[in-house]
Design a protein around this ligand. Structure first.
Ligand code: CA
Length: 260
């Protein structure tokens, strides 16, 4: 069993100096942060795809053959799979077939072989899109975004609800609905980003360093800054009668809500 390395990763403490990001990239990180599984046996190609995806605010994980791809998919539940066709162990078609037996994770197939292209374009194999090598990496990133938008649907991409809490990712607003009253939750930008990031996977435990990376990438804050923002979020929710959100997860960090 291979250990999956999800990028970007940092242990703790001070973040490394980072290049300035564009507003779009900052918004992308706060709003999307999707995990893309790159299945590719040629390291140079995998590295290029990874670099372009990271630059656009995606998280990535790599698999060099079909078996590792299935393991990573089962354990890490990526939002999308970029799947090379010609792979060691299980080829891309086999991996796709297995993925389709268990769910509907979006898949973009990648190939250079004319026979594969015929098969991909001529048959309904269940892939969401395909790209042909040699490709322009920016075009691949654009396809990834398009497939994610399409498969999530407009609504799911804009508003997320969990229990009494509602987050609108486009207007950067959040609301609490209780006793049939809908109240605006007044948050700082950092607090909003943390809420928006964690509510997408409401019961998942997030490391403080990951929250820092995803939500406060432009600051040189320490991980304990996350504690301050979380405690402010908790207080603001409690003031609206919403208790029990953002519980600490010992040894890790926080989750948005305990499983119900
Ligand atoms: Ca290959």
């Amino acid at each position: 069993m291979q250990i999956a390395e999800i990028s970007p990763v940092r242990d703790s403490g001070r973040p490394a100096a980072k290049p300035a990001k564009t507003i779009e990239q900052l918004q992308g990180i706060g709003v999307d942060n999707s995990l893309v599984l790159i299945v590719e046996d040629e390291p140079a190609i995998a590295q290029i795809l990874e670099a372009y995806l990271l630059r656009d605010g995606f998280r990535t994980v790599r698999a060099g053959d079909g078996e590792i791809a299935l393991q990573h998919h089962a354990h890490l539940k990526p939002d999308l799979v970029l799947l090379d066709v010609r792979l060691p162990k299980l080829d891309g078609f086999d991996v796709l077939a297995r993925l389709r037996q268990t769910g509907s994770t979006p898949v973009i197939m990648v190939t250079a072989i004319a026979d594969d292209i015929d098969r991909l374009s001529g048959l309904r194999l269940g892939a969401d899109d395909y790209v042909v090598k040699p490709f322009n990496p920016q075009e691949v990133v654009a396809r990834v975004k398009a497939v994610l938008r399409r498969t999530r649907g407009e609504h799911a991409n804009v508003i997320k609800r969990f229990g009494t809490i509602e987050v609108d990712f486009t207007s950067y607003t959040a609301f609490v609905t209780s006793d049939e009253r809908r109240t605006h939750l007044s948050l700082t930008l950092s607090e909003f980003r943390i809420l928006a990031y964690m509510i997408r996977h409401p019961t998942q435990a997030f490391a403080r360093a990951d929250i820092l990376d995803a939500c406060l990438p432009e600051s040189d804050a320490l991980v304990r800054t996350v504690d301050t923002h979380i405690s402010n979020l908790r207080r603001k929710l409690e003031e609206l009668g919403q208790n029990g959100f953002f519980p600490a997860v010992r040894g890790i960090g926080y989750r948005f809500s305990d499983p119900r």
